[in-house]
Design a protein around this ligand. Sequence first.
Ligand code: 5GP
Length: 195
Amino acid sequence: MNRSQPGARPSRLTVLAGPTAVGKGSVSADIRAHHPEVWISVSATTRPPRPGEQNGVHYWFVSEAEFDRMVAQDELLEWAVVHQRARYGTPRGPVDDALAAGRPALLEIDLQGARQVRAAMPGAYFCFLAPPSWEELVRRLVGRGTESEEERERRLATARLELAAEPEFDRVIVNTEIHAAAEELVALMVLDPNS
Ligand code: 5GP
């Protein structure tokens, strides 16, 4: 629902998706640091926190039972099992509130979630964050070093499928440098996509 003033830019939901390890989290962290005017959704997840991650800031870390309850009560705009392991979902209420308040809103989610949002909110704007090359994506995935060998293989398999989805998106941003990619995304969120 658009409750912005006549003549004002309509508030818009932007979805940022892309392959695993491309740097979606880093780009959204950069936007969080430099653009307080952009509202960024905090997802719920059943995975445990990594060192330094804070509940309510990076994710809402919830139990399987709590996630079940959120699904049953239709509290999630979208949700998915990511890397065949944990569930992740976008709480619906805060997104509606941000859009009603006229704030540009950003969801950083996986491809399965992006497809659900496209079905639920066809007016949203879909950005695909792409790596400069497949080799660079593999380097980033290995470089992070937080996953086991088995987990890394699983993520690479997911990444291959995710890269093939690029044509489904309204816009591709190549993540050569995090801050530049973040600024490109914010500029798109603030400008009329049809202009
Ligand atoms: P990580 O566990 O590394 O933080 O995130 C793993 C993946 O889950 C990333 O690709 C991220 O985009 C995705 N993800 C994070 N939050 C959500 C969400 O709310 N919904 C969906 N569908 N995917 C999410």
